[in-house]
Design a protein around this ligand. Structure first.
Ligand code: F6R
Length: 593
C-alpha cells in the first residue's frame, strides 16, 4: 500500500511533496516522510503519524534549498509503525520511497548482510536501497537499476534519488505509478489524484519499466534496457475540491451526498439502460473486496431472482488462488471504488488470462482496473475521502440493481406495469433518501443505546443479510465495536449461544415473503433477552427502536436501508470519539495483497 510522490521542478519542493502525500493519505497514514535534495545534499525528515504531524515537524526544521525530492505516506507492512521504519530510506548513495511488498526481501537481506550492509529498519524497502547501492558500486546507473529490478520479487513502485545526481528514477512492478509531465517540471505519484491539481498530462509506466526523470524530460527503458516511447495521456476528470464543506467528517459529508450522486447516476443511466443489459451471459462471477463485495452480494440476489442468471460472488483474495469454473458465456464483474485494489486487479487478470469477458464497476477513472477491463461502468461518485466507503457503496448497489432490472426486462421477466413501477421507484430514491438522512435525531438516539456495548449482532435474510454484512462492517471498522452479521436462520446453529441479556441485535426485514420467518428469528433473540432494533418496510408492532422505511420493490428497497446503517455506524463512532475518517490500521486503497 502506501503513497509515494516525487517532484522535480521550480516550485517549492516541500509544498508539492506534502500536498501530494496529503492527497494520497487514503493509501495509509501510519507515518510520513520526505527527502529533499540539491546536487550536493539530501535531507530526510520523517515523522510517525499522519502527514499533518510531518508538516508540524517540517515547520521547526531548517531546510536546505532543493529542486527535487521524494515523499511517502506509509501503511505498515514490513516492520511496525515507528520512526526507523518510516520512508524515505537511505543506504549509501541511494535514498528511496516504496509502495508494495518485496517477497524475497529476507533472502536478499542475508546476501547483503554478508557484504557488510547494516540495516537500521525492519523494512523490505531498506533492502532494496542496499541492493541498488551495492550494484552501483560496479555498474552504470542503468545496469544497476536493471539488475535490481531482476532481483526483486513481489510488487513495487519506487522513486529513487542517487547522491550527487539531479534527477529521479521511477520503477514499478504490479504497483501503480504515474508520471505527470509539464514543461520543465515532472511529478511522480502512486495515483493520479496526487498530481491532478498540478498537471493534467501524464504517462504510465508498464510493469518492470524504468524511467529517468529530469526537469525537462522522461526517458523510459524496458526491462532489457531498451528505450521505449510512452504516450502522454490527458486526465479527463475535472478537479474536484476536496473539502469537508462544513461537515465534521468526510464520512458524514459523503453520506449526505448520496441523494445527489444517486440522482446523477440515474440521470446518466436511465436514458441508456440498454447499455447495462447482460442478458447474453448465463453465468456471472462477481469479484471484489470488502464493501464492494457486499454490494456484489445484493447484485447476486437480484440477478438470480429477477434476471435468472447464475451468479457467484467471490472475495478477490480467494478468487485469485482458487480453481474458477468458467462456462461458455461467463461474465466476470469486478467491483472497486478505487480501481487499484491489488487482489481485485489480480482477479481481473486471471479472468482475462482465461479469455473471459470482464466488466468493471468503478469509481476512479483511469485506474488500473478501469484501464484493463474490457468494459467499464462508472458509478460517478466523485472523490470519496473517508476510508469507510458510503456513497460509492450505495452507487455500486444502485448500478447492480439497474443492471438486474434491465436484464430481467430484456428477458421478458417483468411485465409492463412492474417496469413502470420500478422505474418510478428508482426516480423517487434521491428524494426518499434525502428524507431518511434528515432523521439524524433518531440515529443519534439509537447510537446512544449502542455505543457502550462490546458486541453487536446484525441479522437478516437474502438481500437483508447482505446489507447486514455491510452494516456490521461499517460499524466495526469505524467504531471498533466487535460485530457479527448472520443470516437470521443460521443463528440457532451456533451463534445464538452468544446472545445474552441486553446484547443489541439489529434485524433488517424488508422481504415480505420472509417476514414470518424473520419475526420468528427476532422472537428467538428476544427470548434470550437481546435488545432488538428492527429496520423494516413491513407493517409490524412498532417500538421506539423500530425504524420503518417506505415499502418499494426488491430492486430499490435496499437503497433505503443502506443510509440508515451508515448513519447509525457514524453516530456510534462519534459517541466513542473515534477517528472516523481515518480508522486505525486501515487505508482507503488496498494496493497490496
Ligand atoms: C469498507 C471499505 C472497504 C473497501 C474494499 C474495496 O468501508 O471501504 O471494505 O470496500 O477495500 O475497495 P475498492 O472498492 O477500492 O476496491
Amino acid at each position: 500500500m502506501c503513497g509515494i510522490v516525487g517532484y522535480i521542478g521550480d516550485k517549492v519542493t516541500t509544498e508539492v511533496l506534502l500536498k501530494g502525500i496529503e492527497n494520497l493519505e487514503y493509501r495509509g497514514y501510519d507515518s510520513a516522510g520526505i527527502a529533499i535534495a540539491n546536487e550536493n545534499k539530501i535531507q530526510i525528515i520523517r515523522e510517525v503519524g499522519k502527514v499533518s504531524k510531518l508538516k508540524e515537524k517540517l515547520e521547526k526544521e531548517k531546510l536546505i534549498t532543493s529542486s527535487f525530492g521524494i515523499a511517502h505516506t506509509r501503511w505498515a507492512t514490513n516492520g511496525e509503525v515507528s520512526l526507523k521504519n518510516t520512508h524515505p530510506h537511505n543506504v549509501g548513495k541511494v535514498t528511496l520511497v516504496h509502495n508494495g511488498i518485496i517477497e524475497n526481501a529476507d533472502k536478499l537481506k542475508e546476501r547483503l548482510l554478508k557484504k557488510g550492509y547494516v540495516f537500521k529498519s525492519k523494512t523490505d524497502t531498506e533492502v532494496v536501497a542496499a541492493l541498488l547501492d551495492n550494484y552501483l558500486k560496479t555498474k552504470s546507473e542503468k545496469q544497476a537499476l536493471l539488475s535490481m529490478v531482476k532481483q526483486l520479487e513481489g510488487s513495487f513502485a519506487l522513486v529513487i534519488m542517487i547522491e550527487g545526481k539531479d534527477y529521479l528514477y521511477a520503477v514499478r512492478n504490479k504497483s501503480p505509478l504515474v508520471i505527470g509531465s509539464l514543461k520543465d517540471e515532472k511529478y511522480i505519484a502512486s495515483d493520479i489524484p496526487a498530481i491532478a491539481e498540478f498537471t493534467k498530462d501524464y504517462l504510465l509506466l508498464e510493469d518492470l519499466e524504468i524511467a529517468k526523470v529530469t526537469k525537462e524530460e522522461v526517458e523510459v527503458y524496458d526491462q532489457k534496457g531498451k528505450k521505449v516511447k510512452r504516450k502522454v495521456k490527458r486526465i479527463d476528470v475535472t478537479n474536484e475540491i476536496i473539502d469537508k464543506q462544513g461537515y465534521e467528517h468526510f464520512m458524514l459529508k459523503e453520506i449526505m451526498e448520496e441523494p445527489r450522486v444517486l440522482h446523477n447516476l440515474l440521470d446518466i443511466y436511465l436514458d441508456h439502460l440498454d447499455d447495462l443489459d447482460i442478458s447474453r451471459y448465463d453465468n456471472v462471477h462477481i469479484v471484489a473486496c470488502g464493501s464492494a463485495m457486499y454490494a456484489g452480494m445484493i447484485g447476486k440476489v437480484l440477478l438470480e431472482e429477477k434476471a435468472h442468471i447464475d451468479v457467484t460472488v467471490e472475495v478477490a483474495s480467494e478468487y485469485r488462488y482458487k480453481k474458477n469454473i468458467y462456462r461458455d458465456k461467463t461474465l466476470v464483474i469486478l467491483i472497486s471504488q478505487s480501481g487499484e485494489t491489488a487482489d481485485t486487479i489480480a482477479a481481473l487478470r486471471i479472468a482475462k488470462a482465461n479469455h473471459q469477458d470482464t466488466l468493471a464497476i468503478i469509481n476512479t477513472k483511469n485506474s488500473t482496473i478501469d484501464r484493463e477491463a474490457d468494459k467499464t461502468f462508472y458509478i460517478e461518485a466523485g472523490v470519496e475521502v473517508a476510508v469507510a466507503t458510503t456513497k460509492a457503496y450505495i452507487l455500486q448497489v444502485a448500478l447492480l440493481s439497474l443492471m438486474a432490472y434491465v436484464t430481467a426486462k430484456k428477458k421478458s421477466l417483468l411485465d409492463v406495469d412492474e417496469c413502470i413501477e420500478v422505474i418510478n421507484h428508482f426516480k423517487a430514491l434521491p428524494r426518499l433518501i434525502q428524507n431518511i438522512l434528515k432523521d439524524n435525531e433518531l440515529y443519534k438516539k439509537i447510537a446512544k443505546q449502542l455505543y457502550k456495548h462490546d458486541n453487536i449482532f446484525f441479522i437478516g435474510r437474502k438481500m437483508d443479510y447482505a446489507m447486514c454484512l455491510e452494516g456490521s462492517l461499517k460499524l466495526k471498522e469505524i467504531s471498533y465495536i466487535h460485530s457479527e452479521a448472520y443470516p437470521a436462520g443460521e443463528l440457532k446453529h451456533g451463534t445464538i449461544s452468544l446472545i445474552d441479556k441486553g446484547l443489541p441485535v439489529i434485524a433488517i426485514m424488508t422481504d415480505k415473503k420472509l417476514k414470518e420467518k424473520m419475526l420468528s428469528n427476532i422472537k428467538e433473540c428476544e427470548a434470550r433477552y437481546a435488545k432488538m432494533f428492527i429496520i423494516t418496510s413491513e407493517v409490524i408492532d412498532e417500538k421506539d427502536t423500530t425504524i420503518v422505511v417506505k415499502k418499494t420493490d426488491q430492486f430499490t428497497q435496499t437503497l433505503l436501508v443502506v443510509p440508515i446503517l451508515q448513519m447509525i455506524a457514524y453516530n456510534v463512532a462519534l459517541l466513542r470519539g473515534c477517528d472516523i475518517d481515518k480508522p486505525k490500521n486501515l487505508a482507503k486503497s488496498v494496493t497490496v495483497e
